[in-house]
Design a protein around this ligand. Structure first.
Ligand code: PMP
Ligand code: GLN
Length: 391
């Protein structure tokens, strides 16, 4: 009999590039909230719609025929508006042609920035707890994640430990202010301290500033772009999803000095090439009025205060929330469960979904803290508070 080659349908096994990664906690908790009918204060997104004027601008752009590929780095008018905003608010003028790029959300901006500069074996410092996309991005680039904990209790940067972690192999340091999940905001003195630590090194900086317009109590947002020593080595990332309450649009920005932007765009043009055109035109037109982003801090501060006033009548202890749309709560007076189990219990039995702080640490770390999101309609917050008051 002649040998017949087998055509069996076998899917070859692959060796995972990210063996330790599963479905993100945000997706898991949102699915559980939906399944159980819990109020979803877990995943960070608004449950209210954006300004209808923004929708009109996008619809106009579509009807005007802005539906084909835009220029690779982004629609020129949008890049100009972003450069103007940064110059006005933070005092550094980026060249829209060669220093500002429009991305598919901050997530793609962060991954692209990491991929363009981190080589196998390079070290990247992240401050734990941190946003969940940083670690996998660094691993995909072949870099080594160096985790420096924030100070226990205050969750502020620990500069002694950052200094100790900086080595000749440090290629990049990632910071995030206002901070997800701790809701802390870096002061000018802290940014200055970081600038001093990085000055003698050749480390780059990735400054994740997606919550830049949500800083409360009259405090400023101190952007890395405002400190020349940091700006010269920084990718400064933001997200229209947060600023304009359109997280599903996935449009973000990166501002970086020309040599960094040139390398960024080499990767960008092959991992996304361009970002959807009508959204960019709509955002550019909407940005002509600075009102919406300038008023955002007051809008969220009112929600924060409403939420914290309600929490004061529960057995949850609210930690400070200086910025972002998050609120950490210490639940030790209510339960001794580990954080993930507590959040599952809270969702199923109390009807309020939350995110365990341990999800923002490699290998977990138990502090009896959960993260709640107050980017919600007042009715949603009041319903959640009523349930939490029964704890
Ligand atoms: N960084 C931080 C700190 C975030 O909280 C988020 C929100 N998911 C992102 C980045 C990603 O933003 P985007 O939705 O624009 O990708
Ligand atoms: N940034 C949001 C959060 O921290 C959403 C993240 C996500 O779903 N990937 O909850």
């Amino acid at each position: 009999m002649p040998a017949v080659a087998s055509t069996a349908a076998v899917t070859p096994a692959i060796t995972s590039r990210l063996p330790n990664v599963g479905t993100t906690i945000f997706t898991v908790m949102s699915a559980l909230a939906q399944e159980t009918g819990a109020v979803n204060l877990g995943q960070g997104f608004p449950d209210f719609d954006c300004d209808p004027a923004l929708l009109d601008h996008v619809a106009d752009a579509m009807r005007e025929g802005h539906n084909q590929y835009p220029p690779m780095p982004g629609v020129p008018l949008l890049r100009e508006r972003v450069a103007d905003k940064i110059a006005t608010l933070y005092g550094r003028r980026y060249d829209p042609a060669g220093e500002v790029t429009i991305t598919a959300g901050a997530t793609q901006a962060i991954l692209t920035a990491v991929l363009c500069c981190v080589h196998p074996g390079d070290e990247v410092i992240v401050l734990e707890p941190c946003y969940d996309s940083y670690g996998p991005g660094i691993e995909l680039a072949g870099g080594r994640v160096v985790r420096v904990p924030l100070l226990p209790g205050s969750l502020r940067p620990d500069f002694d430990r950052i200094a100790a972690a900086l080595t000749a192999r440090t290629r990049l340091v990632i910071i995030n202010s206002p901070h997800n999940p701790s809701a802390t905001v870096w002061t000018r003195a802290e940014m200055q301290r970081l600038a001093e630590l990085l000055a003698p090194t050749s480390a780059l900086l990735l400054s994740d500033e997606v919550y830049e317009h949500m800083v409360f109590d009259g405090q400023p947002h101190v952007s890395a772009s405002a400190l020349p020593g940091l700006a010269a080595r920084a990718f400064v990332v933001s997200s229209f999803g947060k600023t304009y309450s359109v997280t599903g649009w996935k449009v973000g920005t990166v501002a970086a000095p020309a040599p960094l932007t040139a390398e960024f765009r080499k990767v960008h043009q092959f991992n996304v090439f361009t970002v959807n055109t009508p959204m960019q035109h709509g955002l550019a037109r909407y940005m002509a009025d600075p009102g919406p982003y300038l008023e955002l801090a007051a809008f969220y501060q009112r929600k924060r205060d409403l939420f914290r006033d309600g929490l004061a009548h529960t057995r949850l202890r609210a930690l400070p929330s200086q910025g972002s749309f998050f609120q950490l709560v210490d639940y030790s007076a209510v339960s001794a469960l580990p954080e993930a189990e507590f959040c599952l219990w809270l969702t199923r039995e109390v009807g309020v979904a939350a995110i365990p702080l341990s999800a923002f640490y490699e290998g977990g770390f138990e502090q009896g803290l959960a993260r709640l999101c107050f980017a919600k309609r007042d009715e949603t917050l009041l319903t959640a508070l009523q349930r939490l008051q029964g704890l």
